[in-house]
Design a protein around this ligand. Structure first.
Ligand SMILES: Cc1ncc(COP(=O)(O)O)c(C=O)c1O
Ligand SMILES: N[C@@H](CCCC[NH3+])C(=O)O
Length: 445
């Protein structure tokens, strides 16, 4: 049987319970597919990061990487827990500000920020920018000529550390679209350029080596590279950098065979390396920033689906389809991501067979789980897919005209609807009819 996560348990009816809520009852009230977020689990993980630093390295900030999952309620929750926010687009800045997230705790990332995105952020009081490339440095300089403000920046460098994870989510290797290169001197040139601009306050360096990573050693290697660069900047340019942001990326336990380090051990490994290397290079201890996404929200999420059609191919395979699929969770199709799941209304029943869980899209690749052990199943049963809090809703689409599911935040027997289910009307809310298009062309001529 798949292992429980967070506050999960089973009740007398043999139903899966999350945050004190019977998941079968949740589906009756809110329909399926339904994303369920375990509030206590999210808060616990935010606190674990904060605590891990507080007891051994207080000069640290933890930012939640909102790309994993952002919504108004999630921003509020993260703010209540005292974390900052990593955003990656004008849209994410907008959501954060609409949620009332403090602008001075937001960091703007991205490898191709537009002038508008930068300008809107700065005007709204968001003044911490992680600069990725020379184009952006020039854009920023141009923008700041017409503004009063000074901005704080970190320069993203490519540490040339290859983390062990799926190729699509590795970002620290030399051949990567992200960051200034160390080997061709680009990173040092960027520092010089930033130092020449009075409106730019260069605080430090950012590195992010990828996502769903289990080895603290990859972070230790990254910290070593970054601090070596701090040393070079100090020796060659006389500038002492204050901030080292080592990105996000700590992995989670999607399946029983995956063993991520716990948050405390992960932070300990990083702080030990930073302390020892800073001492070795005679540098003051920098502020450390981490920006976890998946390890905050991933295991806290469960997606509930209703089982529908079934196709049995004797001696080969049985496909059972759910009422969602790749539009709500594109990760299996994109990365061959594996998930564990159980039948939420038959938790105590022993498996009798294996079935393959298919989505409802017109794609053979729309398979959520291959060969899942299940008890006897029938249409109408509820499937709970675990660890779907990160990179599911945030990467969802309306493919095949499917409305996005609703989301509830559960805690102590209460379920709060934090994202409404899209309607068919929502699916066409931006569409215009041909005659409306005519109106636009007349406008331009
Ligand atoms: C710059 C940056 N920071 C933080 C994150 C968050 O990563 P994760 O969700 O794996 O913690 C990402 C995504 O990989 C990222 O690109
Ligand atoms: N979207 C990826 C992770 C990329 C993280 C963003 N840099 C995933 O679902 O695993």
């Amino acid at each position: 049987m798949a292992a429980f996560h967070g506050t999960m348990s089973v009740n007398e009816e043999g139903h899966l319970v999350i945050g004190g809520c019977d998941t079968v009852e949740l589906t009756k009230k809110f329909g399926t597919p339904l994303y369920v977020l375990d509030e206590q689990e999210i808060r616990k993980r935010c606190r674990a990061y904060k605590e891990a630093f507080k007891k051994r390295y207080p000069n640290a900030d933890v930012l939640y990487a909102s790309k994993a999952f952002i919504s108004l309620a999630m921003c509020q929750l993260v703010d209540q827990e005292g974390l900052g926010l990593d955003v990656v687009s004008g849209g994410e800045v907008y959501i954060a500000l609409q949620a009332g997230f403090p602008a001075d705790k937001i960091y703007v990332h991205g490898n191709n920020k537009s002038k508008d995105e930068l300008s809107i952020a700065i005007d709204a009081g968001v003044k911490k920018i992680v600069v990725d490339n020379f184009y952006e440095l020039d854009l920023l300089a141009e923008l700041l000529q017409h503004k009063e403000e000074q901005v704080e920046i970190l320069l993203r460098i490519t540490p040339e550390v290859e983390a062990s994870t799926h190729d699509y989510i590795q970002t620290g290797q030399q051949d990567s679209k992200f960051g200034f290169s160390l080997t061709d001197g680009g990173a040092l040139t960027a520092v010089k350029k930033a130092m020449q601009n009075q409106r730019i306050n260069l605080k430090g360096i950012h590195c992010h080596i990828g996502s769903q990573i289990f080895e603290p050693g990859s972070y230790q290697a990254t910290a070593e590279v970054a601090l070596m660069f701090f040393k070079q900047v100090k020796e060659e340019l006389g500038l002492v950098l204050d901030v080292l942001n080592l990105g996000g990326g700590l992995g989670i336990q999607y399946t029983a065979d995956q063993q991520p380090p716990d948050i405390d051990a992960f932070v300990e490994a990083i702080t030990n390396t930073v302390i020892s290397k800073a001492n070795e290079y005679k540098l003051p201890l920098p502020k450390i920033i981490l920006e976890p996404g998946r390890s905050i929200v991933g295991e806290a999420g469960t997606t509930l689906y209703t089982l529908g059609s079934c196709k049995e191919i004797p001696q080969i395979r049985t496909y059972v389809a759910v009422d969602g699929g790749m539009p709500n969770n594109p990760r299996p199709a994109l990365y061959d991501a594996e998930y564990e799941a159980m039948i939420a209304n038959k938790v105590n029943q022993e498996p009798t067979s294996q079935v393959t869980i298919a989505g409802k899209c017109c794609e053979s690749g729309d398979i959520l789980i291959w060969d899942l052990p299940v008890p006897d199943v029938e249409s109408g049963d509820i499937l709970a897919v675990f660890c779907t809090g990160a990179y599911t809703y945030s990467m969802s689409s309306n493919y095949n005209g499917l409305p996005r599911p609703a989301m509830v935040l559960v805690n102590s027997g209460n379920a709060k609807l934090i994202i409404q289910r899209e309607t068919y009307k929502d699916v066409i809310k931006n569409d215009l009819r041909l005659e409306e298009y005519q109106v636009f062309t007349e406008h331009w001529s």
